[in-house]
Design a protein around this ligand. Structure first.
Ligand code: URA
Length: 250
Protein backbone atom coordinates (compact mmCIF):
# COMPACT_ATOMS: atom_id res chain seq x y z
CA UNK A 1 0.00 0.00 0.00
CA UNK A 2 1.27 3.48 -0.87
CA UNK A 3 2.13 5.52 2.20
CA UNK A 4 0.92 8.90 1.03
CA UNK A 5 -0.96 10.21 -1.97
CA UNK A 6 -2.66 13.42 -3.02
CA UNK A 7 -5.96 14.11 -1.32
CA UNK A 8 -7.68 14.90 -4.65
CA UNK A 9 -6.52 11.58 -6.11
CA UNK A 10 -7.71 9.70 -3.08
CA UNK A 11 -11.12 11.39 -3.24
CA UNK A 12 -11.39 10.79 -6.98
CA UNK A 13 -10.65 7.09 -6.43
CA UNK A 14 -13.30 7.06 -3.75
CA UNK A 15 -16.00 8.29 -6.09
CA UNK A 16 -16.20 11.99 -5.25
CA UNK A 17 -15.89 13.10 -8.88
CA UNK A 18 -13.24 14.74 -10.99
CA UNK A 19 -10.34 16.73 -9.57
CA UNK A 20 -12.09 20.02 -10.40
CA UNK A 21 -15.24 18.94 -8.53
CA UNK A 22 -13.05 17.93 -5.61
CA UNK A 23 -11.35 21.32 -5.70
CA UNK A 24 -14.80 22.89 -5.26
CA UNK A 25 -15.59 20.54 -2.35
CA UNK A 26 -12.34 21.57 -0.67
CA UNK A 27 -13.04 25.25 -1.37
CA UNK A 28 -16.40 25.12 0.34
CA UNK A 29 -14.79 23.54 3.41
CA UNK A 30 -16.42 20.12 3.04
CA UNK A 31 -13.19 18.15 3.41
CA UNK A 32 -11.52 17.50 6.75
CA UNK A 33 -8.31 15.63 7.50
CA UNK A 34 -7.80 14.65 11.13
CA UNK A 35 -10.46 17.08 12.22
CA UNK A 36 -9.08 20.08 10.31
CA UNK A 37 -10.72 21.73 7.31
CA UNK A 38 -8.41 21.46 4.31
CA UNK A 39 -7.64 24.27 1.85
CA UNK A 40 -5.22 22.47 -0.44
CA UNK A 41 -6.62 19.59 -2.51
CA UNK A 42 -3.04 18.56 -3.35
CA UNK A 43 -2.22 17.81 0.30
CA UNK A 44 -0.55 14.43 0.74
CA UNK A 45 -2.41 12.09 3.04
CA UNK A 46 -1.98 8.56 4.32
CA UNK A 47 -5.25 6.65 3.82
CA UNK A 48 -4.31 4.12 6.50
CA UNK A 49 -3.48 6.64 9.21
CA UNK A 50 -5.38 9.83 8.42
CA UNK A 51 -9.02 10.35 9.25
CA UNK A 52 -10.47 11.83 6.07
CA UNK A 53 -14.06 13.06 5.92
CA UNK A 54 -16.28 14.74 3.36
CA UNK A 55 -19.27 16.55 4.83
CA UNK A 56 -18.60 14.66 8.06
CA UNK A 57 -18.71 11.21 6.39
CA UNK A 58 -15.59 9.05 6.70
CA UNK A 59 -14.05 8.30 3.31
CA UNK A 60 -13.46 4.64 2.56
CA UNK A 61 -10.50 4.42 0.24
CA UNK A 62 -9.44 1.56 -1.95
CA UNK A 63 -6.34 1.59 -4.04
CA UNK A 64 -6.99 -1.27 -6.42
CA UNK A 65 -9.97 -2.26 -8.54
CA UNK A 66 -10.41 -5.63 -10.27
CA UNK A 67 -13.06 -6.02 -12.96
CA UNK A 68 -14.11 -9.12 -14.86
CA UNK A 69 -15.24 -8.10 -18.34
CA UNK A 70 -16.98 -10.30 -20.87
CA UNK A 71 -15.29 -8.65 -23.83
CA UNK A 72 -17.43 -8.32 -26.94
CA UNK A 73 -16.07 -8.54 -30.47
CA UNK A 74 -15.17 -5.25 -32.14
CA UNK A 75 -13.38 -3.54 -29.24
CA UNK A 76 -9.64 -3.60 -28.70
CA UNK A 77 -7.81 -4.64 -25.53
CA UNK A 78 -5.99 -1.34 -25.08
CA UNK A 79 -6.35 1.78 -23.00
CA UNK A 80 -6.52 4.04 -26.07
CA UNK A 81 -6.75 3.62 -29.79
CA UNK A 82 -7.02 6.07 -32.65
CA UNK A 83 -9.45 3.99 -34.71
CA UNK A 84 -11.33 1.56 -32.53
CA UNK A 85 -13.33 1.58 -29.33
CA UNK A 86 -11.34 0.17 -26.44
CA UNK A 87 -12.40 -2.00 -23.52
CA UNK A 88 -12.15 1.09 -21.29
CA UNK A 89 -14.91 2.73 -23.34
CA UNK A 90 -17.27 0.05 -21.98
CA UNK A 91 -16.81 1.16 -18.37
CA UNK A 92 -18.97 3.54 -16.35
CA UNK A 93 -17.68 6.98 -15.42
CA UNK A 94 -17.14 5.88 -11.79
CA UNK A 95 -14.11 3.85 -12.93
CA UNK A 96 -12.49 6.62 -14.97
CA UNK A 97 -10.13 7.72 -12.21
CA UNK A 98 -8.67 4.33 -11.46
CA UNK A 99 -6.42 4.22 -14.51
CA UNK A 100 -7.44 0.66 -15.27
CA UNK A 101 -5.80 -1.40 -17.99
CA UNK A 102 -6.43 -4.86 -19.44
CA UNK A 103 -4.27 -7.71 -18.15
CA UNK A 104 -3.03 -9.12 -21.43
CA UNK A 105 -4.78 -8.95 -24.75
CA UNK A 106 -7.61 -10.57 -26.59
CA UNK A 107 -7.85 -10.01 -30.34
CA UNK A 108 -10.43 -7.53 -31.59
CA UNK A 109 -12.63 -10.41 -32.78
CA UNK A 110 -12.17 -12.52 -29.61
CA UNK A 111 -14.78 -12.48 -26.86
CA UNK A 112 -14.76 -13.46 -23.25
CA UNK A 113 -12.88 -13.12 -20.02
CA UNK A 114 -10.67 -10.09 -19.68
CA UNK A 115 -9.38 -8.83 -16.35
CA UNK A 116 -9.10 -5.07 -15.93
CA UNK A 117 -7.19 -3.65 -13.01
CA UNK A 118 -4.84 -0.92 -11.86
CA UNK A 119 -2.77 -3.39 -9.83
CA UNK A 120 0.44 -3.40 -11.83
CA UNK A 121 2.19 -5.99 -9.68
CA UNK A 122 -0.63 -8.51 -10.02
CA UNK A 123 -0.80 -7.93 -13.78
CA UNK A 124 2.94 -8.32 -14.13
CA UNK A 125 2.88 -11.63 -12.24
CA UNK A 126 -0.08 -12.99 -14.19
CA UNK A 127 1.55 -12.10 -17.49
CA UNK A 128 5.03 -13.29 -16.59
CA UNK A 129 6.06 -16.06 -19.01
CA UNK A 130 7.64 -17.84 -16.03
CA UNK A 131 4.31 -18.25 -14.24
CA UNK A 132 2.59 -20.33 -16.93
CA UNK A 133 -0.90 -19.17 -15.99
CA UNK A 134 -3.35 -21.52 -17.76
CA UNK A 135 -5.92 -19.91 -20.05
CA UNK A 136 -8.86 -21.85 -21.46
CA UNK A 137 -10.56 -20.90 -24.70
CA UNK A 138 -13.70 -22.12 -26.43
CA UNK A 139 -13.55 -22.03 -30.22
CA UNK A 140 -15.34 -22.90 -33.43
CA UNK A 141 -12.91 -24.30 -35.95
CA UNK A 142 -13.35 -24.98 -39.65
CA UNK A 143 -12.62 -28.59 -40.57
CA UNK A 144 -12.61 -31.75 -38.50
CA UNK A 145 -10.55 -31.33 -35.33
CA UNK A 146 -9.53 -34.84 -34.38
CA UNK A 147 -7.55 -37.08 -32.03
CA UNK A 148 -4.30 -36.39 -33.94
CA UNK A 149 -4.64 -32.68 -33.07
CA UNK A 150 -4.97 -33.55 -29.38
CA UNK A 151 -1.63 -35.37 -29.57
CA UNK A 152 0.00 -32.65 -31.66
CA UNK A 153 -1.02 -29.92 -29.20
CA UNK A 154 0.10 -32.06 -26.26
CA UNK A 155 3.54 -32.44 -27.86
CA UNK A 156 3.68 -28.81 -29.00
CA UNK A 157 3.38 -27.45 -32.52
CA UNK A 158 5.59 -25.09 -34.52
CA UNK A 159 3.96 -21.71 -35.15
CA UNK A 160 4.49 -19.78 -38.38
CA UNK A 161 7.58 -18.05 -36.93
CA UNK A 162 9.12 -21.38 -35.88
CA UNK A 163 8.23 -21.02 -32.17
CA UNK A 164 7.48 -24.41 -30.55
CA UNK A 165 4.47 -24.17 -28.26
CA UNK A 166 4.38 -25.65 -24.77
CA UNK A 167 2.12 -28.66 -24.21
CA UNK A 168 -1.54 -27.63 -24.43
CA UNK A 169 -4.71 -29.55 -23.60
CA UNK A 170 -7.30 -29.83 -26.37
CA UNK A 171 -10.82 -31.11 -25.75
CA UNK A 172 -13.08 -31.85 -28.70
CA UNK A 173 -16.70 -31.01 -27.94
CA UNK A 174 -17.92 -31.61 -31.48
CA UNK A 175 -16.08 -32.89 -34.54
CA UNK A 176 -16.77 -30.75 -37.56
CA UNK A 177 -17.82 -32.06 -40.92
CA UNK A 178 -17.25 -29.82 -43.93
CA UNK A 179 -19.69 -31.94 -46.01
CA UNK A 180 -22.46 -31.07 -43.54
CA UNK A 181 -21.24 -27.49 -43.10
CA UNK A 182 -20.61 -28.34 -39.46
CA UNK A 183 -17.84 -26.62 -37.51
CA UNK A 184 -15.69 -28.29 -34.87
CA UNK A 185 -16.25 -27.08 -31.32
CA UNK A 186 -13.33 -27.30 -28.96
CA UNK A 187 -11.82 -26.13 -25.69
CA UNK A 188 -8.12 -25.48 -25.54
CA UNK A 189 -6.00 -24.73 -22.47
CA UNK A 190 -2.66 -23.06 -23.08
CA UNK A 191 -0.01 -22.12 -20.52
CA UNK A 192 1.49 -19.18 -22.40
CA UNK A 193 0.22 -16.22 -24.36
CA UNK A 194 1.94 -15.68 -27.66
CA UNK A 195 0.41 -13.28 -30.17
CA UNK A 196 -2.73 -14.88 -31.77
CA UNK A 197 -1.62 -18.12 -30.17
CA UNK A 198 -4.81 -20.18 -30.43
CA UNK A 199 -5.45 -19.16 -34.03
CA UNK A 200 -1.84 -19.88 -34.98
CA UNK A 201 -1.84 -23.26 -33.25
CA UNK A 202 -4.80 -24.35 -35.37
CA UNK A 203 -3.17 -22.83 -38.42
CA UNK A 204 -0.16 -25.06 -37.63
CA UNK A 205 -2.39 -28.14 -38.01
CA UNK A 206 -4.08 -26.80 -41.14
CA UNK A 207 -7.31 -25.50 -39.56
CA UNK A 208 -8.92 -22.14 -39.08
CA UNK A 209 -10.49 -20.65 -35.95
CA UNK A 210 -13.65 -18.73 -36.84
CA UNK A 211 -14.90 -17.93 -33.34
CA UNK A 212 -12.88 -17.56 -30.15
CA UNK A 213 -13.89 -16.89 -26.59
CA UNK A 214 -11.77 -17.00 -23.43
CA UNK A 215 -13.42 -18.91 -20.58
CA UNK A 216 -10.84 -18.76 -17.83
CA UNK A 217 -7.49 -17.43 -16.74
CA UNK A 218 -5.77 -19.10 -13.77
CA UNK A 219 -8.38 -19.46 -11.03
CA UNK A 220 -10.72 -16.92 -12.64
CA UNK A 221 -13.68 -18.26 -14.63
CA UNK A 222 -15.94 -16.11 -16.76
CA UNK A 223 -19.22 -15.57 -14.92
CA UNK A 224 -21.93 -17.16 -17.08
CA UNK A 225 -24.35 -14.43 -15.94
CA UNK A 226 -22.22 -11.71 -17.56
CA UNK A 227 -23.59 -10.84 -20.97
CA UNK A 228 -21.00 -9.86 -23.60
CA UNK A 229 -20.04 -6.23 -23.15
CA UNK A 230 -20.81 -6.23 -19.43
CA UNK A 231 -18.55 -6.48 -16.40
CA UNK A 232 -18.52 -6.72 -12.64
CA UNK A 233 -16.04 -6.32 -9.83
CA UNK A 234 -14.33 -9.49 -8.67
CA UNK A 235 -15.57 -10.97 -5.42
CA UNK A 236 -13.23 -10.98 -2.41
CA UNK A 237 -12.72 -14.74 -2.96
CA UNK A 238 -11.85 -14.30 -6.64
CA UNK A 239 -9.38 -11.52 -5.86
CA UNK A 240 -7.73 -13.62 -3.14
CA UNK A 241 -7.48 -16.66 -5.44
CA UNK A 242 -5.96 -14.53 -8.18
CA UNK A 243 -3.34 -13.07 -5.84
CA UNK A 244 -2.50 -16.52 -4.49
CA UNK A 245 -2.08 -17.82 -8.03
CA UNK A 246 -0.02 -14.84 -9.19
CA UNK A 247 2.27 -15.00 -6.13
CA UNK A 248 2.95 -18.72 -6.39
CA UNK A 249 5.94 -19.60 -8.52
CA UNK A 250 5.49 -22.38 -11.02
N1 URA B 1 -5.32 -16.63 -29.03
C1 URA B 1 -5.72 -15.98 -30.14
O1 URA B 1 -5.45 -16.41 -31.25
N2 URA B 1 -6.42 -14.84 -29.98
C2 URA B 1 -6.78 -14.35 -28.78
O2 URA B 1 -7.45 -13.32 -28.71
C3 URA B 1 -6.35 -15.04 -27.64
C4 URA B 1 -5.61 -16.18 -27.80
Amino acid sequence: MKTTLRLDKLLAHSGFGTRSIIKLLVKRGAVEVNGKKIKDSGLRVNPELDDIRVDGETVRYREFVYLMLNKPQGVVSATEDRRDRTVLDLLAEEYAHFELFPVGRLDKDTEGLLLLTNDGKLAHNLLSPRKHVPKTYYAHVEGAVEEADIHAFRRGVALDDGYETMPAELRILQTGDPALDRLSEIELTIMEGKFHQVKRMFQAVGKRVVFLKRLSMGPLTLDSELRTGTYRELTVEETAALHAHADSAS
